[in-house]
Design a binder for this molecule. Structure first.
Ligand SMILES: Nc1ncnc2c1ncn2[C@@H]1O[C@H](COP(=O)(O)OP(=O)(O)OP(=O)(O)O)[C@@H](O)[C@H]1O
Ligand SMILES: [Mg+2]
Length: 442
């Protein structure tokens, strides 16, 4: 997986180390000495991966991260952080960075590995033809989900606006990507916008862009997501979170496919297909006066409801198999498999977090399993509400909570113990002791 990489660091020594290490791995590498120079490159050329120092004079890495992603939403970002400032790196990951590396860098290997993983993830998320290698497979074994898949595939080649609804973790984003991949726009951009993540005024300029000087802080002209999605698909995620003032404006843009940038006079015309998603009940939002009815009808030309995982039990074993293979590949443990008692436990659990929770449970089990065969006890499923047989300890004692916290931290850090320890606020030594005490790992 080779890519175009932009490396940014104010120290010449680090820059040349990064360039050499990555070029030696076959990547095409460009170096910039500060945030401003990096942005100038990003405005002109497309990159797959940005590796940036966090602390730099002028624009720091965090600011660069935000701006770079504004220009190239699919860009993967890795930040470099000095020893002892891991919190900033974690903050950068919350803002969309893929991973961080600690300085001083130990050698080229870790860097190459993390870069390769970031590029691989980008490839997995990339939005090419559904059937092409790399596009994420959408598992649908249960009749309820088969019907949804059929509907998606019928809607995909049209330009019709689709409104995806369903609980969190049911696969709305995956469905949106499939709609894009199955359309004549597949070679064009797929541009997601999380409408819940930004304040009303920021969201407006995020969507429509702004002219230089449009508001305090608008230092340069910027193209919005509508423009970036030209020729492709714009995915309005968590659309129920758009404030009423902006709903009215958005309605106009959707009707006319024309708009002005914030602070601008020129009318811009775009060719964009809209897919929206919500995990709220928009009917109820409308009844409560929080969501405009006219906008709802604009969006819900083809409404598609993704069923909760508990409503499609036949999907559980198929998804478990698929998601376990994904985790096993990431961990280079191809022989991992599910024991019958594990499959039974998965079937009995109600999955309030849907497919995402199932994926997390399997990833955690794949990390923790000492043998290739995963058993029910390795799955550490949450407490099961009355009735069903409990497959895992129901939690509650301090020791159990500690164990859960450790497992969660390990999982969040992809099994990286040093980082898991940092996340838990304990030393690595202590973590090892606790792993042993809880019978987790060696
Ligand atoms: N049918 C499916 N087949 C394979 N993987 C799936 C399927 N549905 C969901 N997933 C996986 O589950 C995870 C969650 O899916 P996704 O992000 O699409 O959910 P979502 O509905 O957008 O959730 P949220 O509302 O929380 O944003 C992803 O890793 C996705 O790849
Ligand atoms: Mg989502």
């Amino acid at each position: 997986m080779k890519g175009r990489v932009l490396v940014v660091d104010d120290e010449e020594g680090i820059r040349s180390f990064l360039v050499e290490a990555l070029a030696g791995d076959g990547h095409e590498v460009v170096a910039a000495e500060d945030g401003r120079a990096a942005l100038a490159r990003l405005e002109r050329e497309a990159f797959h991966l940005l590796i940036t120092d966090l602390r730099m004079p002028g624009m720091d890495g965090m600011e660069l991260l935000g701006k770079a992603r504004g220009l190239q939403p699919d860009l993967e970002v890795i930040v470099l952080t000095a020893h002892g400032t891991v919190e900033t790196a974690v903050e950068a990951m919350r803002r969309g960075a893929y991973d961080y590396l600690q300085k001083p860098l130990s050698g080229p290997d870790e860097l190459r590995l993390v870069a390769a993983r970031a590029l691989e993830r980008r490839r997995l998320l990339a939005t090419h033809q559904g059937s092409q290698a790399g596009a994420e497979e959408l598992v649908a074994r249960d009749p309820a989900m088969r019907a949804v898949l059929e509907l998606l595939d019928r809607a995909a080649p049209t330009d019709a606006t689709v409104l995806l609804s369903g609980e969190s973790g049911t696969g709305k984003e995956l469905a949106a990507r499939r709609l894009h991949a199955g359309s004549h726009r597949a070679a064009g951009p797929f541009v997601p916008v999380n409408c819940a993540a930004l304040s009303a005024s920021l969201l407006e300029s995020e969507l429509l862009g702004h002219e230089k000087g449009a508001f305090t802080g608008a230092l340069a002209q910027r193209r919005g997501r509508f423009e970036l999605a030209d020729g492709g698909t714009l995915f309005l995620d968590e659309v129920s979170e758009i404030r009423p003032e902006l709903q009215a404006k958005l309605l106009r843009v959707l009707q006319e496919r024309r708009f002005e940038r914030v602070g601008g006079a020129r009318t811009i015309q775009v060719d964009v297909r809209i897919v929206a998603a919500t995990n709220r009940d928009l009917q109820a939002e409308m009844a409560a006066g929080r969501f405009r009815e006219d906008l709802f009808h604009r969006l819900a030309v083809i409404p598609v409801r993704l069923p909760a995982l508990r409503e499609r039990p036949a999907d559980v074993p198929a998804l478990a198999e698929h998601l376990l293979r994904r985790a096993a590949a990431r961990l280079a443990r191809p022989d991992l498999r599910l024991a019958p008692d594990a499959l039974a436990a998965l079937g009995a659990y109600p999955w309030p977090g849907n497919v995402r929770e199932l994926g997390n449970a399997l990833e955690r089990a794949a990390i923790l399993a000492r043998e290739d065969e995963i058993h029910a006890a390795d799955l550490l499923l949450g407490p099961i509400p009355d009735g069903a047989a409990p497959a895992a300890p129901a939690g509650g004692t301090l020791a159990e909570l500690e164990r859960q916290a450790i497992v969660a931290a390990l999982q969040a850090e992809g099994g990286h113990r040093k980082r898991a320890a940092a996340r838990l606020g304990i030393g690595l030594r202590t973590l090892y002791d606790k792993l042993k005490a809880h019978g987790l790992g060696e």
